[in-house]
Design a protein around this ligand. Structure first.
Ligand code: ATP
Ligand code: MG
Length: 389
């Protein structure tokens, strides 16, 4: 009888021909995420990953990490025994006696994915249920709302008993759906946008625009901290810090005040595009949502998009701030995001930004800038930080 962790897969199961490569990617991500926690054995069968930890592995910590891996629909802490109901009975009393003594009501649930097994699920439930009633006379059965559920799964490899599954992160394994570059500010939105994109299996790297001394070293540390939280879900990635003060001052000096924001955003897009192409990314990701601020009207988003030939993914496009905040809390970025350090975009805000910029006007205003030079200077002086959770 040994402890085992079962990972049930989500959408991957539907993936037809590509399924094998999705599964392989997920196994790789799981192995990578757990490698510093000690030894373990891992195998795959029947849409499930089986992880058997060595004695020294911290199971609580392992489960915490596994809950954050995209592609895992649920995590189950189970005990394994032989496919023999006498062994299952022994397991129930050996392992779950304390839990059963604490409960007033229970039910059994059985699943038989090994169709060779001679008894059907309802029969398994009846037999084990009766055994529990005999051994724990204070317990009664409650099918609707029991204090404890004894789940019995009869699978190809053995019999597994557990008291319930823990919800996983869902989505698809990171790396199974291409790579994109996240524009990561220190705000609430962009970390959530990165999380949501990675959830669909997209590998990330990130770019942060930094305007020292207008933004402090602490603002940079905050972004690094946010990146580390995102890396808990995505695995390690590169964060590229762009030293943006010089071009920002140039834009500030030379361009019309009411167009500053949109021009700045276009320059950010162009620089990020170059970094994306150099790092094999095929899309950009931002935390914009329609109408949230002046620079995020539909017109402004259109003018911003026109700065790059790469697709710009905006996972938050239809979300209210409140909904975004809920996700930020869930993934653990909120408290870091609200730390009060200035972002480069908030330092240079015009008093009356244009809410309906026209591309042809903006292109004209931009002519005073030596765009290629700005892009080259910024991308040649990148500071790249390898982010690990
Ligand atoms: P956020 O909460 O993500 O900062 P926001 O609502 O404050 O978003 P803006 O400041 O207008 O909105 O930024 C819109 C998007 O532009 C951000 O979500 C992010 O993707 C990108 N962005 C803004 N500032 C930076 C920065 N300094 N470095 C990298 N990306 C940035
Ligand atoms: Mg911001």
């Amino acid at each position: 009888m040994k402890q085992i962790i079962l990972l049930k897969l989500g959408e991957i199961v539907l993936k037809g021909l590509n399924r094998r490569s999705f599964e392989k990617r997920l196994m790789k991500n799981v192995r990578h995420s757990l490698k510093h926690l000690g030894g373990f054995d891992m195998k795959f069968a029947q849409s499930t990953i089986y992880i058997t930890p060595d004695m020294d592995m911290d199971i609580d910590r392992t489960v915490e990490l596994l809950k954050k891996i995209f592609g895992v629909a649920s995590v189950v802490r189970a005990y394994e025994t032989q496919k023999d109901l006498e062994c299952v009975k022994k397991l129930v009393t050996d392992i779950f006696a304390n839990d059963l003594l604490k409960a007033k009501t229970f039910k059994c649930a059985a699943k038989r994915s090994d169709k060779q097994f001679p008894m059907k699920s309802p029969e398994i439930c009846a037999l084990i249920g009766e055994y529990i009633l005999d051994n724990f006379p204070d317990l009664t059965v409650n099918v609707e709302n029991p204090d404890i559920i004894i789940n019995i799964e009869i699978r190809d490899y053995g019999a597994y008993v557990h008291t319930g599954k823990i919800q996983g992160a869902g989505g698809m394994p990171v790396g199974s759906n291409g790579k994109a570059t996240l524009l990561l500010s220190g705000g609430i939105d962009s970390p959530v946008a990165g999380y949501m994109t990675a959830k669909r299996g997209v590998e990330l790297n990130a770019v942060h625009f930094y305007s020292h001394p207008y933004t402090s070293e602490r603002a940079k540390d905050k972004v690094i901290e946010l990146a580390k939280i995102i890396a808990q879900y995505t695995g390690p990635f590169n964060l590229h810090i762009v030293h943006f003060t010089k071009p920002q001052l140039e834009i500030y000096e030379k361009c019309p005040d009411d167009e500053l924001t949109v021009i700045m955003r276009r320059v950010m897009m162009k620089i990020t595009e170059k970094i994306a192409i150099d790092t094999n990314s095929i899309a950009l990701v931002t935390g914009e949502s329609i109408g949230q601020v002046a620079s995020q009207t539909l017109e402004s988003l259109g003018v911003t998009d026109a700065a790059t030939a790469l697709p710009v993914i905006r996972p938050l496009i239809g979300m209210d701030k409140e909904e975004i905040v809920t996700v930020a809390h869930k993934i653990g970025t909120f408290n870091t995001s609200i730390l009060p350090y200035e972002d480069c975009c908030t330092v240079f805000v015009p008093k009356h930004p244009k809410t309906k910029p026209k591309l042809e006007d903006i292109l004209k205003s931009e002519q005073v800038l030596d765009m290629n030079n700005i892009i080259d200077e910024c991308t040649n002086n990148l500071e790249t930080i390898y982010i690990q959770p």
